[in-house]
Design a protein around this ligand. Structure first.
Ligand code: C5P
Length: 405
């Protein structure tokens, strides 16, 4: 079925590389951008050439690397003005404290900073430096200044630095930088201006401080939908139950919750401004009536039975509060009579659309990377059967079907 389009396709990206150890990661970034269909023009500061060779970057980008205002032997002038106009985005990765300082103060003594000053496109800055340099009031003030110019800072991560000290200053990984650019370009996508609420993952209902009632949901489907929606320009609120191994999605506002009641509160809040809600979470239907403050002991506590009470139905609550124009999409995961049950849910919860998957189908449901779903509508239009495909492609199909509503 439909395959996600690539927002980086055909985009002109000026990649500025400065002199830091993380410059080697710029090679990977170049490769990722080129692979995604972008045209990459690399500019290196003179110091960057000490860390990685222009030849490497020229080979990966398929374009000559610019480091000087002039090509020494020919006298050919590299126009920072035309580069600034050519760019759909400029990324400085890694950005050293020195270059950040020059950018903040307009010290245009090299091609990179000159091009930065001439650039009309969005600029992204991925700082990389030692933790003490990163924390120095000078750097903090310079970064703040870049933000005030409208530049987007791609925050460095924490970890072991080249100095072997551990702290904040590691350049964001190339994948994260590429994804940030992707989300940026997607903001001209077909969901631009739409606010989409997505629930994902399981909920945990505490029995005592160490035990809970939960389920096998991994959140993969919901995260894939959040990713796709963000890529296509939506403002996304992802209300996520406890999940592991899923990475943060650039540009997505993630609200982490644990229990059904917390999920309800966060979803209700977002629903006030959302245009669409896609409820992919596997919410626990019941929670223990009482939550013990201390660990329940086999030796002293009699817990042969655990009284349960019903959790609120988030879908039904949002359905009851639906305003005209809002679209509510639910999921149904069944082991038998899937379609019949799904139709009941569609009506009972005031959903506009329901995505049905049956655990009876191989490759569908919890944990796996694929899904096989059917989409049913409340307005009587014929249902759509989507064959087994990756959860990313299912996400694109779900969004396409929402747009068709
Ligand atoms: O009733 P059932 O749990 O099968 O319904 C599934 C749909 O309802 C899913 O979209 C799920 O996210 C949503 N749901 C909910 N709150 C609940 C139970 C289910 O939002 N307490």
């Amino acid at each position: 079925m439909s395959h996600a389009t690539e927002p980086l396709q055909g985009k002109h990206i000026v990649l500025g590389i400065t002199g830091g150890i993380a410059a080697y990661k710029a090679a990977v970034l170049t490769r990722l951008l080129v692979k995604a269909g972008a045209e990459v023009q690399v500019i290196m500061t003179p110091a960057a050439r000490e860390f990685i060779t222009p030849l490497t970057l020229a080979t990966l980008s398929g374009k000559g690397v610019i480091t000087e205002f002039f090509t020494a032997n020919t006298g050919e002038w590299h126009s920072h003005v035309s580069l600034g106009l050519w760019a759909d985005a400029m990324v400085i990765a890694p950005a050293t404290a020195c270059t950040i300082g020059k950018m903040a103060h307009g010290i245009a003594d090299n091609m990179l900073v000159t091009s930065y000053l001439s650039c009309r496109a969005q600029v992204f800055v991925a700082p990389a430096m030692d933790l003490d340099m990163m924390a120095h009031p000078s750097t903090v003030a310079n970064i703040k200044r870049l933000r005030s110019y409208g530049n987007i800072i791609i925050e460095p991560g924490e970890g072991e630095l080249a100095s072997h000290l551990v702290g904040k200053g590691r350049m964001a990984e190339p994948e994260e930088i590429a994804d940030t650019l992707r989300s940026f370009f997607a903001s001209s996508g077909d969901l631009a201006g739409k606010h989409i609420l997505i629930t994902a993952g399981p909920t945990y209902e505490r029995i005592d401080p160490v035990r809970f009632i939960g389920n096998f949901s991994t959140g993969k489907m919901g995260y894939a939908i959040a990713n796709e929606a963000a890529r296509r320009g939506a403002q996304v609120t992802l209300v996520s139950g406890p999940v592991s191994g899923l990475s943060a999605i650039p540009g997505v506002n993630v609200v982490n919750v644990e229990s059904a009641r917390q999920m309800l509160a966060a979803a209700t809040e977002a629903w006030k401004t959302a245009d669409v809600a896609v409820l992919a979470a596997a919410v626990a239907d019941y929670r223990p009536e009482h939550q013990a403050d201390t660990k329940i002991k086999r030796e002293t506590d009699d817990v042969a039975s655990l009284p349960l009470v019903q959790n609120p139905d988030i879908a039904a609550t949002l359905g009851a509060a639906k305003r005209p124009g809002q679209v509510l999409v639910g999921f149904a995961l069944e082991t038998n009579n899937a379609i019949e049950y799904a139709i009941g849910k569609l009506q009972r919860k005031h959903l506009d659309m329901i995505v049905v998957n049956s655990l009876a189908d191989a490759g569908a449901g919890f944990g796996v990377d694929t899904n096989k779903v059917a989409i049913l509508y409340a307005d009587g239009r014929p249902s759509v059967n989507i064959p087994l495909e990756s959860k990313c492609d299912v996400a694109a199909d779900i969004i396409n079907n929402i747009l068709a509503l």
